[in-house]
Design a binder for this molecule. Structure first.
Ligand code: ATP
Ligand code: MG
Length: 649
């Protein structure tokens, strides 16, 4: 069924992992306690786990502070090590910041927040582009026990207001603006407009990034509902002392709230704990990346998403890792941008998404031949299933068949990776398109509709035991938490993803369980059909959805983005259909294929099939606040309308 299920490189026989797995199965609590001990606690926990279905509380009464573990701990030996190589979108904007410098600024900001009256448990919305002050603001919140809620800087005023109100934030931290694809984006305009709908915000701290905010301008007086005061970051922060006593936080007090990307519906405010989350982020970072002191680590995720929280900020900083942080997009000023940065900073680890790789692949460039990427030792991917073709291209054109690829499956809700090749423990043979095995301590399996475990067949992924990175709840909505994750199967966490376990125990993620096609009594995953379409040499990207059909239940409608240089649509349509039929069978034959320039995606790069589905079924489009580009929806509608006219005329 799946292309590319061949193995690459028999790196090891998995003995070490097996031993570890046996140990964790015998004594899970002892195992997690050992992982927690890698961090520094002010007071050790009384109990490892308190499990009252469906709520897991870890390291009860243990006292810890995130910023202390990410910064203070490193000062004696790693204070002068670079924490962040920051690169602005404009090439001459560059800063390298050491751990000591981070520490000082975080402490000053923490003191400033305290002086504004912020207290433990208060929520702070952070709406900033990829600048070093974003992790600084997060760590400052964690230092005083305030809960940060980072809102992706690409979001509209409306999306920002919704998130501020949902979490009842008292403070907003932002910048005046930033550059995106050479244009100036005015963030303060969005903040001012959002505040018209937010009563609870008392202060706005603004980092002057571009010097475009005029304090006497209309943006402040526009704000009619909120009486928030506007404070300049440096005017305020620079006045404060560079030491602020870290709060001693009980392990289960929230560290942050983060809203999911909204691919399948209204975003959920996922709440993460402090001790459990940090323990799990730290452990997985070591297991998956085998992080070394000399590594220069480049994760391209925006901090506005969970990958940015866990694998740009918290896990690397807990390990005093040097990170590369880039403000701009991968295709501006050209698609060489990321590779220039890998070369410039001598990155050793590169971690990105399938959607970005598919975009880069369209240009047919062998990046490792154009740039010196010899510093790289490990590649990673996250966010969506990766098609074997894209995997192989990544392996060759970027990794030069030298760098292993770790495909990491996880969700905002899970805190950090659950299924991934643990290259830092021992690298198992890689199978392109498979995320490989669950990490130590993760009791994942695949079940059928009735909850029976199955092998070699598509079913539902579940996790049978809680782990320390599991969310605490959905902010303000325990009921939705129970319903969404704990009602489909008894006693197991339900992520709503399809998967298949093969004979070697490898997990193949097969897309979302709520995006299924029902064709003539068969249930097909959207991802299976898309994967077959993308395997066609002319195709860069594809999305398929079901259109209601009186005979078949649903018929398959495909939206396809072609690689550069392909234009013979009629011939391509026929050859794509042939290609799908030969790889999946006639049942998966797309009834219609529409060629489009782009697909509607969330800001985190995931295809929003629910919007396509609404278009082909003439239904309400629903929440689009997390959409990357409204124009994509318009294009899809236009292409679809054109066809409908042809059919009905
Ligand atoms: P929402 O829950 O609001 O619909 P979302 O699920 O897109 O949003 P995230 O938490 O960012 O928000 O994404 C997690 C999902 O991404 C997973 O459930 C899975 O479908 C997909 N995913 C992440 N990593 C991988 C991977 N390595 N392989 C396959 N799918 C992945
Ligand atoms: Mg989700």
């Amino acid at each position: 069924m799946l292309a590319g299920s061949s193995k690459i490189k028999g790196a090891s026989d998995g003995r070490l992992l097996m031993q570890l797995r046996d140990r964790t199965a015998r004594d899970p609590e002892g195992f997690w306690a050992e992982q927690a001990s890698l961090l520094e606690w002010f007071k050790v926990w009384d109990r490892v786990l308190d499990w009252k279905h469906p709520y897991a509380r870890w390291f009860i009464n243990g006292l810890i502070n995130a910023s202390y573990n990410a910064l203070d701990r490193h000062l004696p030996s790693k204070g002068d090590k670079v924490a962040i190589h920051w690169q602005g979108e404009q090439d001459d904007e560059r800063r390298s910041i050491t751990y000591r410098e981070m520490y000082r600024e975080v402490n000053r900001v923490a003191n400033a927040l305290k002086d504004l009256g912020l207290k433990r448990g208060d929520r702070v919305a952070i709406y900033m582009p990829m600048v070093p002050e974003l992790p600084i603001a997060m760590l400052a919140c964690s230092r005083i026990g305030a809960i940060h809620s980072v809102v992706f800087s690409g979001f509209s005023a409306r999306a920002l207001a919704d998130r501020i109100n949902d979490s009842n934030a008292r403070l907003v931290i932002t910048t005046d603006g930033y550059h995106r694809r050479g244009k100036v984006i005015n963030l303060m305009e969005n903040v001012a407009s959002a505040l018209n709908a937010c009563k609870g915000v008392e202060h706005v701290i603004m980092l002057n990034r571009l010097g475009i905010y005029d304090s006497s301008s209309s943006s402040k007086s526009n704000s009619s509902v909120s009486d928030a005061s506007y404070i300049d970051w440096h005017d305020m922060v620079d006045r404060y002392d560079e030491y602020c006593e870290p709060e001693r936080i009980e392990s289960n007090e929230p560290l942050f709230i983060l809203y999911t990307s909204g691919t399948t519906g209204k975003p959920k405010g996922i709440v993460h704990s402090t001790g459990g989350y940090l323990t799990y982020a730290n452990a997985t970072f070591r297991w998956v990346f085998g992080i070394r002191d000399e590594d220069v680590y480049f994760c391209t995720a925006d901090i506005g998403w969970v990958t940015g929280h866990t694998y740009v900020v918290y896990a690397p900083m807990l390990n005093s890792t040097t990170i590369i942080m880039y403000e701009g997009t991968p295709d501006y000023p050209s698609v060489h941008r990321w590779f220039e940065l890998i070369e410039r900073f001598r990155a050793t680890i590169f971690y990105t998404t399938p959607t970005a790789l598919r975009m880069l692949m369209r240009y047919n460039i062998e990046y490792a031949k154009v740039h010196d990427l010899s510093s790289l030792r490990l590649l990673g991917t996250v966010g969506e299933p990766i098609n074997p073709e894209v995997w192989l291209w990544y392996y060759k054109a970027i990794g030069e068949e030298r760098c292993p690829i770790v495909d990491t499956w996880w969700q905002t809700e899970t805190g950090a990776a659950l299924i991934a090749n643990a290259a830092g423990i021992e690298l198992l043979p890689m199978k392109p398109g498979s995320a490989s095995l669950p990490l130590p301590g993760i009791d994942a399996t695949v079940v059928d509709d009735y909850g029976n475990e199955i092998r070699g067949k598509k079913g539902y992924l579940i996790v049978k035991r809680p782990w320390p990175g599991l969310m605490l709840t959905i902010w303000g909505d325990d009921e939705r938490y129970k319903q969404t994750y704990w009602s489909r199967f008894r006693d197991a966490y339900y992520p709503a993803d399809y998967a298949m376990v093969d004979d070697d125990g490898y997990f193949w993620l097969l897309g979302r369980a709520d995006e299924v096609l029902k064709v003539a009594g068969h249930r097909l995953g959207t991802m299976e059909v898309e994967s077959a379409i993308v395997a066609h040499p002319a195709v860069a990207e594809a999305a398929v959805v079901g259109k209601a059909d009186t005979l078949k239940g649903e018929s398959i409608v495909a939206f396809v983005v072609l690689k550069q240089g392909y234009t013979d649509y009629n011939e391509l349509r026929a050859s794509i259909i042939k290609h799908v039929e030969s790889s999946l069978g006639a049942i998966a034959r797309p009834e219609q294929i529409h060629f489009v320039g782009k697909l509607p995606k969330t800001r985190s790069g995931k295809i929003m099939r629910r919007l396509l589905k609404a278009i082909v079924n003439d239904a309400q489009i629903g929440d689009t606040t997390t959409l990357e580009d409204e124009a994509a929806i318009d294009e899809v509608k236009a292409v679809y309308e054109e066809l409908r006219k042809k059919i009905t005329s």
